[in-house]
Design a protein around this ligand. Sequence first.
Ligand code: ZN
Length: 243
Amino acid sequence: MRYAIIADIHGNLEALEAVLKDIQGQAVGKTFCLGDIVGYGADPQECMKRVRAVADLVVMGNHDAAVSGKLGLQYFNSYARDALVWTSGMVSAADLKYLGELPLMEKVDGFVVVHSSLYRPEVFPYLLTAVDAQLCFHLMDKDERVCFIGHSHVPFAFSLDEKEIGVSREAEVTLEDGTRYIVNVGSVGQPRDRDSRASYAVYDSEAASVETRRIGYDVVAAAEKIRKAGLPELLAERLFEGM
Ligand code: ZN
């Protein structure tokens, strides 16, 4: 089975549409979303509609949790907070309810998906270092060869064999027998690795491979909508920088 795994869309409809179009050419059987459908971007409601229409499985991101009242705004910086307050007024009551009822993690078909980490997913810690990765690896079941995450908006892969933890920033990762992986698929709507293109991953469970794909989209249009909505200027500017 081939899976498209998308994360951190953040109300960026231009980026989401470009990614969904690319997915159509990838012969995937299922599309999973790792959360943060909303927050930061100017099209939260439209993104909700698209994701709910295409995703076979969705887990909760910290912005999804905040906008639906499950996580306090004190956990966010002022830009994120302003955007969350604005977003909560733009999303339908039915979609807010949906966001608030999403699971934090799901185990499926020999792998696991979570927004932040398997270690205390309810407080959404960042998984950035080998130590963070170790905590997450410990919580993977024996039959799970890969854990897909989002949250930092930076695509990378940690691997753990019987000896040590490795890290890769290659776009293609081949899953070796006896090694387990944590793969961050990057962000659709607000990449932060100095590449402005949208990021998502295709996991092929038969071929045991993960490909991170980068898709260009109309950044100018997405940024313009953020400005028109009166959201913080920084949220528009950072899309061009990929930061
Ligand atoms: Zn995010």
